[in-house]
Write a protein that binds this ligand. Structure first.
Ligand SMILES: [Zn+2]
Length: 126
């Protein structure tokens, strides 16, 4: 039995991360039983899924706003128009910096940059 303990790892007592119950087990064991491990992991996964869905919705709405405002392959408009349409500047799908120092933000197939004078330049990249 001692050999088995050495192979498996140190036996410790711990507190279940789900129900808080004390248990005896391997030092890396975090849960008292499979049911507690499953409910903990399910809750974690649900929270992550909800966050991914929330951010995907923001990106999708941003793209719809860009598509609506970018009538030609390249459009310019005051950045205030993006704000009025509830564009969320916090999220984009990629960012790059040109040699000129200009920062280009992408939202899927749309790219935009904003000048210091507050003009948004939007283009469709296909
Ligand atoms: Zn438990």
């Amino acid at each position: 039995m001692n050999d088995l303990i050495d192979v498996v790892g140190t036996i410790n007592s711990g507190k279940c991360m789900e129900c808080g119950k004390q248990f005896v087990g391997r030092s890396d064991k975090k849960f008292c039983c499979d049911m507690c491990r499953n409910s903990y992991n399910n809750r974690l996964r649900n929270r992550r899924d909800r966050e991914v869905i929330r951010i995907n919705n923001i990106l999708s709405r941003n793209r719809r706003i860009l598509a609506k405002l970018c009538k030609t392959p390249k459009s310019t408009l005051p950045v205030s128009v993006l704000r009025e349409n509830y564009f969320n500047f916090k999220y984009c799908t990629s960012v790059s910096r040109k040699a000129t120092g200009r920062t280009i933000y992408c939202c899927y197939d749309y790219a935009y940059y904003i000048t210091l004078s507050g003009i948004a330049h939007i283009s469709l990249n296909r």
